[in-house]
Design a protein around this ligand. Structure first.
Ligand code: ZN
Length: 221
């Protein structure tokens, strides 16, 4: 199926969800102004927030769509300059949605550590200890490459001196992972602030136990 064969209502509905998620990230304080971006995949089409337009000004007619090679196939506004990050995730994983933010606590931790310390089992929601991707300038293929290395076996990572990337099989799940990652980083920073004390960390085995428990969570058998 090509992008032009997709049902119009499917595109409209997904675009609405992309815009709602972007607005939510601003309302929740995960991004300031237009500093983050959100995308969702529908078959061969990737709907993505445009570059430099405040989310409250985005309407149904502002949908921006590209194919997996980044060629614009829908809309007049230019896609986000972070498009290479989004496309790299779709090409490398089975993601249906990607959220990128400059959330303050997560970005702070990205300047300090190569990996978010295991202060809480919420790390299991992201597939394990969250790594920090090596620094490269925003919008570059180098950054996308570093991000894929950090994402291996995870559904989220930090980008050094930059921000966060998470993905999921729905926008809701991708967003929830960003919120959890930011919370986890805030928790570590808070616990690390106590003079003379260092936070006690969970072991990989303790995290593996949680991952196993979560796999059966919410299912009857
Ligand atoms: Zn960014």
């Amino acid at each position: 199926m090509t992008a032009s064969e997709l049902p119009r209502h499917t595109i409209e509905q997904t675009w609405r969800e992309v815009v709602d998620t972007a607005r939510r990230s601003a309302a929740d304080g995960l991004v300031v102004g237009t500093s983050g971006n959100v995308s969702a995949r529908v078959g061969p089409l990737v709907l993505v927030t445009p570059s430099g337009v405040p989310y409250d000004r985005l309407g149904p007619r502002d949908a921006v769509g590209v194919d997996l090679d980044g060629r614009q196939v829908l809309g007049d506004l230019a896609p986000t300059s972070e498009l290479p990050l989004h496309l790299a995730v779709y090409r490398d994983t089975d993601a249906a949605a990607v959220v990128h933010t400059h959330a303050v606590h997560a970005t702070a931790v990205s300047t300090l550590l190569p990996e978010v310390p295991l202060v809480h089992y919420a790390a299991a929601l992201l597939g394990g200890p969250v790594r920090t991707a090596a620094y490269a300038r925003y919008g570059t293929p180098e950054l996308a490459k570093a991000m894929l290395v950090a994402l291996r076996g995870r559904t989220g990572c930090l980008l050094a001196n930059h921000g966060t990337v998470t993905y999921g099989d729905t926008l809701e799940r991708a967003y929830e992972r960003t919120a959890q990652l930011e919370w986890l980083c805030r928790l570590w920073l808070t616990a690390s602030c106590v003079p003379g004390r260092a936070p006690k960390l969970l072991s990989e085995a303790q995290l593996a136990e949680v991952t196993e428990a979560l796999q059966g969570y919410g299912q009857p058998n």
